[in-house]
Design a protein around this ligand. Structure first.
Ligand code: THU
Length: 126
């Protein structure tokens, strides 16, 4: 997990965050042990911005990563105290792609499971 945290911190430095100045990085390990990273990318039309966590997950899927993913690390290099707890939208996406007991490590805050981050998540049940 230390390696994923280091990679999350590293990719956070590549974030495009000229509006918030809040640079976030995420790194995940897939079911085969391959690693993928993502950072937040903002836009002048603010609502088009993408969070680091979803960028990492979507990048992994586009690259053919094996699901369910095994572990995720999130780091913000600009958070003054504590870390960057994943937003609600990212939590819903995390739940869909990580195993239930996969460690989600939020740098500065601790380790959680996706179930802890989003109990009773939305699903399409008939
Ligand atoms: N951000 C993330 O990358 N992940 C989160 O879970 C919450 C917020 C980004 C989005 C935006 O670029 C900046 O942090 C400030 O909200």
């Amino acid at each position: 997990m230390q390696r994923l945290i280091a990679r999350a911190r590293e990719v956070a430095l590549r974030a495009y965050a000229p509006y918030s100045h809040f640079r976030v990085g995420a790194a995940l390990e897939d079911a085969n042990g391959s690693e993928y990273v993502g950072c937040n990318v903002e836009n002048a039309s603010y609502g088009l911005s993408i969070c680091a966590e979803r960028n990492a997950i979507f990048t992994a899927i586009a690259a053919g990563a094996s699901r369910p993913f095994r572990a995720l690390a999130v780091a913000c290099v600009d958070a003054s105290a504590g870390g960057c707890s994943p937003c609600g939208a990212c939590r819903q996406v995390i739940v869909e792609h990580f195993s239930r007991d996969a460690p989600i490590c939020v740098d500065g805050l601790g380790r959680f499971t996706s179930e802890q981050l989003l109990p009773d998540s939305f699903g399409l049940q008939a």
